[in-house]
Write a protein that binds this ligand. Structure first.
Ligand code: ADP
Ligand code: MG
Ligand code: MG
Length: 887
């Protein structure tokens, strides 16, 4: 077993073994860049250490060996009294966990070697500064002394000196601090700071291993979905010193702007500084351009190395470096994190620079990034007053009047006002209010809280866990930490992409990417980058992308966004509003004639709906799903109606209205179901009330005939929901076929209307070969299939127990958000295979929000579906991911 590797032994692809930092230090070493030498203790060692609760056998010897060759290379011994070698002990896991884990610098200094360092460097100040840094870092991270105690002592020393800058502390001040720090350590731990250099190093190594399991590291991994069992590597590296004086310094840099993706120099530099000083904000940093004025040579060396690293990694890199007395040293690099905008721009720029091919550019961006670019955003130029900052739970920019309960949210929204629902935390009772609101703001709960999960599901903007808000829903107000109060009706703005909450209305602008998709010609680099990536993805993909749309407006927009038809046109909303009354008539009808009359009244309205949608999607397929939800959803609420009737009875009212309400109540009771999701809905409605589906079929056929009469190219497809048995489909299909034939006869046209079914019940997936005898196409309804497969109702379970399920790792993402590939996906795969056994050219698609979820899109592509269908705003996301799935 090998535990330790020299930097010269590794390369950048060994992140599993060496961690990200170690692998890249090795890569830079082998590129011949100026990297202080050192070695990496592998992640395997960490796993063994954590499992055994101690250092594994053989490790100490290997460390001794590697230390010996490091000492030889440097011509110094660790902690030597006359000329000490100092090292850093640096954590470095496979995935970067910024600020989560420990690093200790200047290991090897003690009461003796600090003198040797001073003599060799001819700088007492530098030596004392290095020692006090070691005590501070070692005390905090290895010995777990409260870090505040050290920084308070440092502040006190500066105050005594009458200065704000650490640079004004001289050698004596720093030597005094060293004594103070040693005292703090003795007092807090009951032992002296270890003087033995090797003991310092070993303790620091263990501390890095232990830092894998701190609470904050665990929490971070859970949030970022980093596996728990990876462990971290430890890098031991010869120190170089940025705190040597003004000709030295420490810095961070990016090879391009990680925010915008623009080319150029981006970074911060701080003279006479070490390690974290640059990011800790102890003094003001300067830009790299300014650094050029301070130290031209180091700056130019850095530029050259940066461009070399970019060419080598063929990607934007981020870099940590140090200058010691005019010589540049590289201390870290990695492929840099970037915003979605930068991701698209950099990918395309790199194609133009000949660094990568278009295929790779498409793989370097994600559908999620594209989705983020499509949200409206607050106008950057506009003035704003920040009230608070919470978590960016669900993106978007929402402006509205603050309301503090769901009833008010619904009421105000109904009269046309934009509202933001503000709650301490939300629960299922708030659902109506969340639907009605433009955005949701809570003071409690994280990214998996009810508010966050539900808001993301609905695509509502949400900021959660804004802890500085004191929400008082009774009083209808919240107060901000500095005392400012926002009352019901006051306008606020929330940014779900940053978590910021602003007072008043911040102006909102359409994103340039949406304007691009809307067809605007834009001379904008981001828009053009997105356009090129989309064109390439479209050229590559197999999977077609349709949209879920119920209105001509949605259909038209989706078409502009690239939809190749409608995969799901729901008809239920067409029965709401003024038409509710017609549905009531249908339900309370006492005889056949009454039923026919009610249906006859609905027919022309339905036909109009379909004609408009067919027109918006002329030439493209439009899958219309027959009525699915239970009828009582179109009727008044049972409890409310019961109360109303009881009151009317008490008052002895017996006018026509009262009588009507009484009859209605008997029907509402009759239709009332304990579990409507499993009740009279879908195809069962068509069998129970045959006239209903007949009417819908006729409306579709007539709409198609009307479109042909004006030389359109209608391509409707009729989809029967919730089929479990082929017999159900057979019965309904026969009726539909007859309606279509009648219209053909009446109008003297030939209609081409396929009749297919949704596969959304496990039974249907199992019997798909039989169902395919009748069905001319399948569309998997993965929302219901998930509900029926897991046996839980989406509306109830997410709030009730999903957070526990996440905690226990039963799933790491809601199966409603991303397809449960093994279980529900297994049914999709089986249903597809079986269906095509019967009908080899069976067209198979999927509707439901999974159709726009990146991971799910890849799955649907891999199992050979013909198309996915998703909401208009997800259409570009699905196009991109379908392309990425092939490349
Ligand atoms: P993090 O993972 O938190 O960035 P690092 O291990 O990169 O921690 O260490 C933080 C900083 O410490 C580095 O950016 C660098 O400035 C400094 N540092 C680490 N090792 C050395 C070294 N051998 N010589 C000089 N500075 C170092
Ligand atoms: Mg670092
Ligand atoms: Mg369904």
């Amino acid at each position: 077993m090998t535990w330790v590797y020299d930097f010269a032994e590794g390369n950048k692809d060994q992140k599993d073994l060496l961690g990200g930092k170690g692998a890249n230090l090795a890569e830079m070493t082998n590129l011949g860049l100026p990297v202080p030498p050192g070695f990496t203790i592998s992640t395997e060692t960490c796993r063994a250490y954590l499992a055994e609760g101690g250092m594994p056998d053989g490790l100490a010897d290997e460390v001794t060996e590697h230390l010996a060759s490091l000492e030889e290379a440097m011509g110094k011994k660790l902690g030597d009294a006359d000329d000490p070698l100092l090292v850093s002990v640096r954590s470095g896991a496979k995935f970067s966990m910024p600020g989560m884990m420990e690093t200790v610098l200047n290991v090897g200094l003690n009461d003796t070697s600090v003198g040797g360092l001073a003599a060799r460097s001819q700088s007492e100040r530098f030596a004392q500064d290095s020692y006090r840094r070691l005590l501070q870092m070692f005390g905090g991270t290895v010995l777990h002394v409260d870090a505040e105690l050290f920084s308070e002592a440092l502040d006190a020393a500066k105050k005594a000196k009458g200065t704000e800058s650490d640079l004004d502390l001289d050698a004596d001040d720093l030597a005094g601090l060293v004594e103070t720090f040693k005292g703090i350590i003795r007092e807090q731990t009951g032992r002296d700071f270890p003087q033995d250099p090797r003991e310092q190093m070993d303790l620091a190594i263990q501390a890095v291993f232990n830092s894998w399991n701190t609470d904050r590291a665990r929490l971070y991994r859970r949030q970022e979905r980093i596996p728990e069992d990876l462990g971290t590597a430890v890098n031991v590296q010869a120190m170089v010193f940025g705190n040597f004086g003004m000709d030295s310094g420490s810095g961070v840099a990016f090879t391009r702007d990680p925010a915008s993706g623009a080319q150029g120099e981006y970074g911060d530099y701080l003279q006479n500084a070490q390690g974290e000083d640059v990011v800790a904000g102890i003094r003001n940093t300067v830009t790299l351009a300014d650094m050029a004025a301070i130290d031209r040579t180091s700056h130019d060396d850095l530029m050259e190395i940066m461009s070399r690293l970019e060419r080598h990694y063929r990607d934007m890199c981020d870099i940590e470096f140090t200058v010691e007395r005019g010589k540049l040293w590289m201390l870290q690099t990695r492929v840099g994190k970037r915003t979605p905008e930068a991701a698209f721009r950099i990918a395309v720029h790199m194609v133009d620079e000949g660094l990568i091919e278009m295929d790779e550019a498409v793989l370097r961006v994600t559908g999620e990034q594209l989705a983020l670019l499509m949200f409206p955003r607050f106008d950057d130029e506009a003035e704003r007053t920040l009230l608070a900052k919470g978590m960016n739970a669900s993106p978007g920019a929402a402006v509205g009047k603050a309301v503090f309960d769901s009833d008010t949210a619904v009421e105000w929204a109904e009269r046309g006002e934009d509202v933001i629902l503000v709650r301490k935390e939300t629960n299922p009772d708030d659902l109506r209010g969340m639907v009605a609101a433009r955005g949701i703001l809570t003071s409690r709960g994280g990214k998996t809280s009810h508010a966050a999960v539900v808001a993301r599901g609905m695509g509502r903007t949400c900021v959660c866990g804004a802890e500085s808000l004191d929400v008082d829903s009774k009083a209808g107000q919240f107060t901000v930490r500095d005392g400012e109060t926002v009352r019901e009706g006051d306008v606020i703005s929330i940014d779900g992409s940053t978590g910021e909450v602003f007072a008043g209305a911040v102006p909102v602008a359409d994103s340039v990417v949406v304007r691009l998709f809307e067809g605007e010609k834009l001379d904008d680099d981001l828009a053009q980058s997105v356009a090129r990536i989309m064109a390439h993805a479209d050229g590559a993909r197999r999977l077609r992308v349709r949209t879920n749309a119920d209105t001509p407006e949605d259909a038209a927009r989706a078409r502009r966004f690239g939809a190749q038809g409608i995969g799901l046109c729901r008809t239920e909303h067409m029965f709401l509003g003024e038409r509710r009354e017609l549905v009531e008539k249908l339900i309370v009808a006492e005889d056949e004639a009454g039923v026919e009359a009610a249906l006859a009244a609905l027919l022309p309205l339905q036909k109009q709906d379909f004609t408009e949608i067919l027109e918006a999607m002329d030439g493209l397929p439009v899958t219309i799903r027959l009525l699915d939800p239970p009828l009582h959803e179109f009727l008044p609420d049972l409890t409310e109606l019961s109360v109303e009737v009881a009151l009317a009875d008490e008052r002895g009212e017996d006018d026509e209205h009262a009588r009507h309400q009484r009859t209605l109540l008997t029907h509402v009771r009759r239709l009332h179901e304990q579990n409507p999701m499993l009740g009279l809905r879908g195809v069962r409605l068509g069998i129970q009330i045959p006239g209903l589906f007949r009417m819908q079929g006729r409306a579709i056929a007539e709409a198609a005939a009307d479109r042909m009469a004006v030389h359109g190219t209608p391509r409707p497809e009729i989809m029967v929901p919730l089929v479990a048995s082929v017999r159900e489909l057979e019965i309904v299909k026969a009726e539909l076929v007859q309606q279509i034939a009648e219209v053909e006869e009446d109008r003297g046209v030939k209609l081409d209307i396929a009749i297919g079914t949704m596969i959304e019940l496990p039974r249907a997936a199992f019997l798909a070969d039989r169902i395919a005898k009748e069905a001319e196409f399948f569309s998997f309804g993965t929302n219901d299939l998930t509900q029926m497969g897991w046996g839980f109702s989406r509306d109830d379970v997410e709030a009730a127990f999903f957070s526990r399920y996440f905690e226990h790792g039963i799933f790491d993402v809601s199966p409603f958000e991303s397809l449960d590939q093994r279980g529900v996906g297994g049914m999709v795969e089986m249903g597809t295979t079986k269906g095509r056994e019967t009908r080899p050219d069976l067209k198979v698609g999927v509707c439901g929000e999974h159709g726009g979820d990146p991971r799910s899109v890849h799955f649907f592509d891999e199992v050979g579906l013909n198309y996915v269908s998703c909401s208009p705003f997800r259409v570009p996301v699905a196009r991109l991911e379908a392309g990425r799935s092939v490349l």
